[in-house]
Structure formats: structure tokens, C-alpha cells
Design a protein around this ligand. Structure first.
Ligand SMILES: Cc1cc2nc3c(=O)[nH]c(=O)nc-3n(C[C@H](O)[C@H](O)[C@H](O)COP(=O)(O)O)c2cc1C
Length: 220
């Protein structure tokens, strides 16, 4: 068992790092570990709507900078940057992609696939009302990508690696840069969020949070 205090220490160590030490690179083993915490993350119905694109090409980071106001110092100094893409219409209950996924990844029988597709159809059509506008499906897939995002940042913090989540970008502009680079096929994917990893250059600022009583409501 891991000591609770060690975990809380990692949560306190994690902060949105504004600038990394450009001279320090994350070792391959450590970065594989971070990616593994993303890969093992939960997703609705287990459909893993994400793709983690690790951007180590500095020229591409430079092309993203004009449309990424939230990472002006992070992109040039980070050891590693991940763009988390998510699937859009592929996540519809009746898509070829999900049929393939249930068959080839989940190894479900034809009957199980049919049953699960029925449940998923109801979920998307009436429970969560995700159909109609592709943007809603994108946002739903993004919500799951953010779980992987959080797990990767926490995983990194647990081994002493800093990170910064990056939502400070012009979505159309950033998607176009990635699409022009042949990395994002806009027919299937959108850009949910990005995240930079490395080692902090400066001490982290004091953490501010609301009191527990302001964010937790008990009903007994
Ligand atoms: C989804 C998300 C997107 C964020 N985008 C940016 C960003 O583009 N640039 C940045 O410097 N910080 C970004 N942040 C960092 C937040 O401002 C930061 O997490 C918050 O102020 C709390 O501070 P802490 O993470 O240092 O505890 C983002 C945080 C989240 C969760």
C-alpha cells in the first residue's frame, strides 16, 4: 500500500508549471510510465475515445505557438508535450469504429455486441442526449480525455515530474496546424486538450483552494 501522505504530497507538488528547465529531459522509462497511466484510464463504456500524440518536433511546437496563448513558455521548454485528440462521430453507437472496437479490442461475441449497441444507443439518444450535433459528441469524448489528462499529471507528480494542462489555444487554429501536419484527421478527431511535462525552472507558487466546507456538501 502507498502511504496516503505520499499521495497528498504529490497532489501538492503538482502545479500548473509555467516554465520548465529546458536542459532537463524526462527519461524514456518515466515517460512510458506517464503514458501508461493515460492508457489505463477509465472511459465511458470502455470505448477509449482518445489518442495521445506526443509532440517532440520543436518545429511543430513552434507552429502551434501562435494559436496557443496558454503555453508560451511551456512549449519551448517542456521535455515532452502531448496533444490529446478525441474521436467525434466515431463515438456514435452505430459507427464502424465502435463495431470494430467491441469485436477486436473487447473481444465480444456478436450477441454481446448487439446487446451493448442497444444499451449504448439508448444512452446516447435519450439518457445523455449526445446525438444531433457532432460538437456534443466531441465534448462528451473530451470529458473522458480529461480523466486520462488528470491521471497522467498525477502519475507524473508521483514520480517528481512537473506538468501543465493546456486549454489556452484557438481550437480551429490548433486543429488546422495538426491537420496540415498530417497528425489530425478532422473527419475523425478533434483536439480536446494538450499537456506539457518536464522539470520546473522556478519554485511553485502557493496553492490556493476553497475550504473543504465550501466544496463538499454532505447529505445525511
Ligand atoms: C483543463 C485545464 C486547462 C488549463 N489550461 C492552462 C493553460 O493553457 N495554460 C496555463 O498556464 N495553465 C492552464 N491551466 C492551469 C490552471 O490555471 C491551474 O491548474 C489552476 O489555476 C490551479 O493551479 P494549480 O494547477 O497550480 O494548482 C489549465 C488547467 C486545466 C485543468
Amino acid at each position: 500500500m502507498v502511504d496516503k501522505q505520499d499521495i497528498l504530497d504529490a497532489f501538492n507538488f503538482r502545479h500548473a508549471c509555467k516554465e520548465f528547465d529546458a536542459g532537463r529531459k524526462i527519461g524514456a522509462d518515466d515517460f512510458d510510465f506517464i503514458l501508461e497511466t493515460g492508457r489505463l484510464s477509465p472511459s465511458s463504456f470502455g470505448f477509449e475515445p482518445w489518442r495521445f500524440v506526443v509532440i517532440q518536433d520543436m518545429a511543430l511546437r513552434e507552429r502551434l505557438l501562435p494559436v496557443t496563448w496558454g503555453a508560451k513558455k511551456q512549449f519551448p521548454t517542456a521535455s515532452h508535450v502531448i496533444a490529446i485528440l478525441v474521436r467525434k462521430s466515431d463515438m456514435r453507437y452505430d459507427s464502424d469504429y465502435l463495431q470494430h472496437f467491441m469485436h477486436d479490442v473487447k473481444h465480444l461475441s456478436a450477441e454481446a455486441i448487439q446487446a451493448r449497441t442497444g444499451v449504448f444507443k439508448k444512452f446516447q439518444e435519450s439518457d445523455f442526449k449526445l446525438l444531433g450535433d457532432e460538437r456534443i459528441l466531441f465534448e462528451w469524448a473530451s470529458r473522458q480525455a480529461y480523466i486520462a489528462l488528470a491521471n497522467m499529471m498525477t502519475g507524473a507528480a508521483l514520480i517528481g515530474i512537473d506538468s501543465c494542462p493546456i486549454e489556452g489555444f484557438d481550437m480551429d487554429g490548433a486543429e488546422k496546424v495538426l491537420s496540415d501536419a498530417g497528425i489530425l484527421n478532422p473527419a475523425h478527431f478533434g483536439l480536446a486538450v494538450m499537456v506539457a511535462f518536464g522539470y520546473r525552472k522556478n519554485p511553485q507558487p502557493e496553492k490556493t483552494r476553497q475550504a473543504m466546507s465550501q466544496v463538499v456538501q454532505w447529505v445525511e
